[in-house]
Design a protein around this ligand. Structure first.
Ligand SMILES: [Zn+2]
Length: 217
């Protein structure tokens, strides 16, 4: 059982919290008010799910995008002007060899050839993000993550990418979002906090997430 470190001394910074939480794992309460997490997941499985990012197994040679967990929309993800999108971490565990590719503005910038099966975790990917080319967030940007099955059998498993979206200009934030139906692809506009969305076209239920600014709901 871990023993809390008692802060000692006075008049100097208290680093005990900083040290214990590290600098790589972000919990929502570590976010500033102008920051929020943006999470993309892909899961390949034979188990049905109401979550749009859960798909059937990926065929040999097949390619898939990761899905935005708040909207159910497949990447690419559009970062609006006034914002910076910064990569925080990556996890993947698949049953087959899978190639992961990261694209910026439609161009390949990073590729992970998974030569071994199993668990892979990386954090952070050298801080890859739109801030490298546009630190003030003056322009919109397009980010995409794709996985391709380069193995011998249909692939199951999961991968995710976590980014931090930083609001550089504080424009009014949208109160609604458009959730893409996992069944028919129709987009339904709902309040940003809604996580159980009934498709306006086919009625299917889509389970998505709400990731608040500043992590405070
Ligand atoms: Zn639908």
């Amino acid at each position: 059982m871990a023993t809390p470190i008692a802060p000692t001394g006075s008049g100097k910074p208290d680093w005990t919290t900083e040290v214990s939480r590290g600098q790589t794992i972000i919990s929502p309460d570590q976010l500033n008010d102008n920051e929020k997490l943006v999470v993309f997941i892909i899961t390949f499985s034979a188990t049905p799910s109401l979550c749009p990012w859960v798909r059937p197994s990926l065929a040999v040679g097949g390619t898939a995008h990761l899905y935005d967990v708040e909207t159910g929309a497949p990447m690419p993800y559009n970062t609006m002007a006034g914002h910076v999108l910064r990569h925080l971490d990556l996890f993947q565990s698949f049953s087959e060899r899978l190639r992961t590719q990261l694209f910026a503005e439609g161009q390949l910038i990073f590729e992970i050839p998974t030569e071994t099966l199993g668990f892979r975790y990386a954090t952070p990917l050298t801080g890859l993000g739109t801030q490298l080319v546009d630190p003030s967030g003056l322009l919109p940007h397009v980010t995409d993550v794709q996985v391709t099955n380069v193995g011998a059998l249909p692939c199951t498993g999961s991968g995710f990418c976590v980014y931090k979206l930083i609001d550089m200009a504080s424009p009014p934030r949208p109160e609604t979002k458009r959730v893409k139906c996992r069944v028919c692809g129709e987009e339904t506009e709902v309040p940003v906090k809604e996580t159980k969305v009934s498709c306006s076209s086919c009625g299917a239920i889509n389970l998505v997430w709400y990731l608040p600014w500043g992590g405070k709901g």
